[in-house]
Design a protein around this ligand. Structure first.
Ligand code: PAN
Ligand code: ZN
Length: 185
């Protein structure tokens, strides 16, 4: 699309809200997260329609376009399945060596990272923390606080999401609440 002169700014990123031209919104309920939590019995007793997280994203170019950038905000509900905190599905990027920034706007979380040798580490998230996720590193976020965790992200438009390898192999460690504290186990 050709533009000329002063045009209307197409996107807004106001505190915890991202919106604008072609913004996309998606919701993951607990029922979408079967198989990612360790305690399947605990999950079976919970309401499948409980919202685990919502994502709003701005994708100005079609998925797969080289050189473009996306922005998103994730709203991750507080809660646990057994001893495991509510978390995002987690993924590698399909285009493995593409990186991403996450930054925390609200709440308390942990960014769980895993390289291709399955080494796992985690970074604490709280308002103001900025996280560089290098290429070839799988990423998932757990909400370790009592309120909604809100974080923003920016990733390349040709990154793509590979959920399948995490769905089948998982992360090599889980973030559990042990004696009231988050612990990688
Ligand atoms: C994020 C994630 C978002 C939801 O925008 O897609 O937090 O997590 P899952 O995609 O793992 O369900 C991102 O990492 N984009 O690349
Ligand atoms: Zn990503």
């Amino acid at each position: 699309m050709t533009k000329e002169g002063i045009v209307e700014t197409p996107y807004r990123f106001l505190g915890e809200v991202m919106d604008g031209e072609g913004a996309r919104f998606s919701t993951r309920i607990l029922g979408d997260l079967e198989g990612i939590f360790a305690d399947a019995d605990a999950l079976a007793k919970m309401d499948k329609d409980t919202v685990a997280y919502k994502v709003a994203s701005i994708e100005p170019v079609p998925q797969g376009t080289p050189g473009g950038l996306y922005m998103g905000i994730t709203y991750l509900s507080p809660g646990k399945v057994g001893a495991e905190y509510f978390m995002t599905k987690g993924h590698f990027h399909s285009n493995r060596d593409t990186a991403e920034y996450y930054w925390c706007l609200k709440g308390e979380g942990m960014l769980i990272l895993m390289d291709e040798e399955r080494n796992v580490w985690a970074e604490r998230m709280h308002p103001g923390t900025l996280h560089y996720i290098p290429g070839c590193v799988a990423h998932r976020v757990a909400n370790v606080g009592g309120d909604t965790l809100v974080f923003a992200a920016s990733w390349p438009s040709d990154a793509g999401h590979d959920y399948a390898s995490i769905a089948s192999e998982g992360f090599a460690k889980r973030l559990l609440e042990v004696n009231g504290e988050p612990k990688l186990v």
